[in-house]
Design a protein. Structure first.
Length: 147
């Protein structure tokens, strides 16, 4: 199973989802590949936001080795699932989908809800972490039989 997490800048939400799921995959002994990307190009080559790094570290997860990158059409070939954090990301990624099967790989990370962007509110980072961790645990449970 190869899963890509996508948000706007690849500095807050998708790096958290990437790190949390990667951590849980290792704990569960799964042979999955997890990565993250952003729909925008503002932070290519940078580390995730310092607040994402800090909240993940608080829970024993190291995001400091991640490097922000932009989503690209080739990601449709590389990944089985592309999970986006909000409707804007969903629209942006779907606009790059070339084949019908590409569209079937894309879904909201929270199925029918969005992960709020904590970038402009320091107090959102911990609740966003909790929300993402809960969903990552569900993903392990739901997808482990299909990997």
């Amino acid at each position: 199973m190869k899963i890509l997490m996508v948000c706007l800048g690849n500095i807050c939400r998708s790096p958290l989802a990437h790190g949390i799921l990667e951590h849980l995959v290792a704990l569960n002994g799964l042979n999955w590949e997890v990565d993250s990307a952003g729909t925008g190009n503002w932070h290519i080559g940078e580390q995730p936001d310092r607040r994402s790094i800090a909240v993940a570290k608080k829970y024993g997860i190291d995001l400091s080795t991640q490097t922000c990158r932009q989503f690209e059409p080739a990601d449709f070939e590389r990944f089985d699932r592309i999970l986006v954090m909000d409707y804007h990301n969903l629209s942006d990624v779907k606009a790059l989908a070339g084949k019908e099967e590409d569209h079937h790989k894309i879904s909201l990370f929270l199925n029918d809800n969005i992960v709020p962007d904590p970038y402009h509110d320091d107090d959102l980072f911990d609740p966003v972490y909790q929300m993402i961790e809960k969903r990552c645990k569900e993903l392990i449970k739901d997808l482990a039989g299909t990997s």
